[in-house]
Design a protein around this ligand. Structure first.
Ligand code: NDP
Length: 479
């Protein structure tokens, strides 16, 4: 095993190390998980719920430690410290929803197309699910897929990002407290080659990460003819209409764009504001943006933390530089600050941007708010839809009806009306699809999410006479 150093985002220095798994390590872990999986599946959803309820208690007892580890990995702020509680919500939600999802797949009735045939449904889990997860929200994005896969009856092999391994190590201390679970849920550490090794072993893959890596993952899965579910990047727009309440709109846009330093797949990354209110909107937004505090002196304080992955700061700086070189104006922020080794960027409002700039086309993944004025709603819709991505979009208008009318014309899987950042509201509702490059495969949210890990079989019983090849009327007399 090779050793990989792990950087602390607050100091820029290595303060942790992981042993990168070899191909043999991955194969061995995969074989052990496969060997344990049949018993896990045979428990039925009720049996698995009983085990998962014990895990929920173990997570509850360590929720604060999990939050600390997440904060160490990512650089802190409120979003990290609540990760233990979010994990509890995830497991607890599936304790209620998994039995219902299984029940919805039951079928036992005489066939409507061949009335003498009884049709029964059976669901069978994919034995081994591989989960490959990114460094932003490292715990939540690993468990969004792993938890429903476990409830479905699969074993799970997780490959977290090498950038943020600490919280996964802490989480697995809770997994080991539940021996039946520990037999079917394991992880391997390492970089992209370890991710590829996981693809080489698994029966289906859930990947969350960037478009270029997602493409490599999809190609490796295609080579093995296994399904893959990709949750990729975004360039999510927000439209603010002339009738919008300025205070509401600026507050929602600021939070949607800079929460977690903008390192959220569904961050607001482009803002289109009606020309009539553009200047007033910018003035109010800049005033609020300047009040956002860094957490450099206290990981629990402030509003935004450092870049979790230091090199991400260079990508963000490149987008700002490109925009300025092409005529954009920085209204506030704009400079990467190095504080005690951590790399920070204050909320950065840019005006005079165009779609020729990287900051309006490529995922920035930083606390930037590029704003463009539009003249009529058709233009705003055209600009918002002028993207290769389509994860989420927001509309803030004078009233809900106006916002909904515009939202229905936008191409994205989640449309937030009269606010931004509402993804959590649909967690337990129904699955939605990503548009364009933002994703591929079945939804990861709602009951459909669990269905990704199940193959459905039909058992067809002939309860009448068998058909005679010389007198075959069973499909109707179409001769
Ligand atoms: P990456 O695509 O760089 O990495 C994602 C994971 O893939 C990491 O575990 C990484 O390992 C691993 N990996 C790297 N190369 C390979 C390879 N060749 N084969 C298999 N696995 C590989 O994404 P980031 O970690 O930079 O995460 C940020 C991205 O994630 C953003 O684009 C963001 O939009 C997206 N994202 C999407 C979400 C969604 O739900 N749509 C949610 C959150 C983030 P390692 O890091 O160790 O190199």
């Amino acid at each position: 095993m090779g050793k990989l150093e792990v950087i602390n985002p607050r100091t820029g220095r290595a303060d942790h190390a992981i042993a990168a798994a070899t191909q043999q390590d991955v194969a061995q872990k995969a074989a052990a998980l496969r060997a344990a999986q049949p018993e896990w599946e045979a428990m039925g959803v009720g049996g698995r719920c009983a085990v998962m309820a014990r895990w929920l208690n173990a997570v509850k007892a360590r929720a604060a430690d999990i939050g600390e580890a997440d904060a160490h990995d990512t650089g802190g702020c409120h979003t990290s410290y609540i990760q233990g509680f979010i994990t509890m919500g995830n497991i607890g939600g599936w304790l209620e929803d998994a039995p219902k999802a299984f029940a919805a797949l039951d079928y036992d009735a005489m066939s409507p197309s061949m009335p003498s045939v009884r049709v029964q449904s059976q669901v069978v889990a994919y034995p081994l699910v591989g989960v490959i997860s990114p460094w932003n929200a490292p715990l939540m994005l690993a468990l969004l897929d792993a938890v429903p896969a476990l409830f479905a009856g699969s074993a799970v092999l997780l490959k977290p990002s090498e950038v943020t391994p600490r919280v996964i190590e802490t989480l697995f201390e809770t997994v080991r407290e539940v021996p039946e679970l520990a037999q079917v849920f394991d992880y391997v550490m390492g970089a992209g080659d370890v991710g590829q090794a996981v693809i080489g072993e698994a029966d289906t893959i859930c990947f969350t990460g960037s478009v270029p890596t997602g493409r490599k993952v999809a190609m490796a899965c295609a080579e093995r003819l296994i399904p893959c579910h990709l949750e990729l990047g975004g360039k999510d727009p927000c439209i603010v209409t002339a009738s919008a309440d300025l205070d509401r709109a600026t507050t929602a846009v600021l939070r949607g764009a800079v929460y977690a330093t903008g390192q959220v797949c569904y961050s607001v990354e482009r803002v289109y504001v009606a020309r009539d209110i553009h200047d007033a909107f910018v003035a109010m937004l800049v005033e609020k943006a300047k009040a956002v505090r860094l957490n450099s002196d206290n990981p629990r304080g402030g509003h935004i933390g450092p870049f979790t992955h230091g090199p991400q700061a260079d990508i963000v700086a490149g987008h700002i530089e490109d925009a300025v070189a092409k005529g954009a104006k920085v209204q506030c922020g704009g400079e990467i600050e190095n504080i005690d080794g951590g790399r920070y960027l204050r909320p950065t409002v840019l005006t005079g941007v165009t779609h020729d700039m990287a900051i309006m086309q490529e995922e920035t993944f930083g606390p930037t708010i590029p704003i463009m004025a539009y003249d009529d709603v058709d233009e705003a819709v055209r600009l918002a839809n002028d993207t290769r991505f389509g994860l989420t979009a927001s509309v803030i208008a004078g009233d809900e009806e106006e916002a909904e009318g515009i939202g229905r014309r936008l191409n994205a899987g989640g449309i937030f009306l009269q606010d931004t950042f509402l993804t959590f509201a649909k967690m337990r509702t129904f699955g939605t699809d990503s548009f364009g490059w933002s994703g591929h495969g079945a939804p990861r949210i709602g009951p459909e999410s669990l269905r990704r890990f199940l193959r459905r079989k039909s058992l067809l019983t002939q309860t009448g006479d068998v058909a005679d090849i010389q007198n075959d009327h069973h499909l109707g007399d179409g001769r």
